[in-house]
Design a binder for this molecule. Structure first.
Ligand SMILES: [Zn+2]
Length: 193
């Protein structure tokens, strides 16, 4: 049970998009970066947690490097796209991953569940993530891309709130910290006044 709890909180899936969830596996990029995919077998665990594999896949070192390379390219591409720039090197990495065909959905007549069949499940997973990034930076949601307001966090997310006023990656993590800080500042000011 301990292990299950650890896995539940290991990764974040609250950016609003699969490709940004991958980028978010480097936490606190703006201050003291923590690479949560640097832990043993974390790349495989992330792919399962992201719903791209039904079981944790055995990845080669080459696979893991490719996933990290794609992650860094997505981060660069998305931060560029927020300023209507599409860096050539990052675009090339994402395009290359997107070239592999997606899996074929197969309905199971007994259970009604769907399994996805692919000759190369890892390449299919990479392609799924890359296509998500391409759609994101080329569609209307590009204008809803944001970085968390908390200076040491800066996590990328899509603001799908109706008002478009979302400021933080998560209210619990960064929003409450920011509000606490603002309260302390106000309090200090009123003490000084
Ligand atoms: Zn944040």
């Amino acid at each position: 049970m301990e292990g299950t709890r650890y896995l539940d909180s290991e990764f974040r899936f609250n950016s609003g998009r699969l490709s940004l969830d991958l980028a978010a596996t480097v936490r606190r990029r703006a201050s003291t970066p923590i690479d949560v995919l640097g832990n043993p077998n974390a790349c495989g665990r992330w792919l399962k947690a992201a719903g791209l594999f039904s079981d944790v896949p055995e990845l080669s070192a080459e696979n893991e490097e490719a996933l990290i390379r794609l992650r860094e390219a997505i981060w660069k591409l998305v931060t560029g796209a927020m300023e209507t720039r599409y860096p050539e090197d990052a675009t090339a990495v994402v395009n290359a991953a997107a070239r592999f065909p997606l899996g074929t959905p197969q309905l199971q007549s007994r259970s009604g569940t769907v399994s996805v069949v692919s000759d190369d499940p890892f390449a299919t997973a990479m392609s799924t993530i890359a296509r998500d990034a391409i759609e994101l930076v080329s569609g209307s949601l590009r204008l809803r891309l944001k970085t968390c307001d908390q200076p040491d966090c800066r996590m990328l997310f899509v603001d799908t709130s109706p008002s478009g006023q979302r400021r933080w990656c998560s209210m619990q993590r960064c929003g409450s910290r920011a509000k606490g800080h603002a309260f302390r500042q106000r309090h200090e000011l009123s003490v000084r006044a």
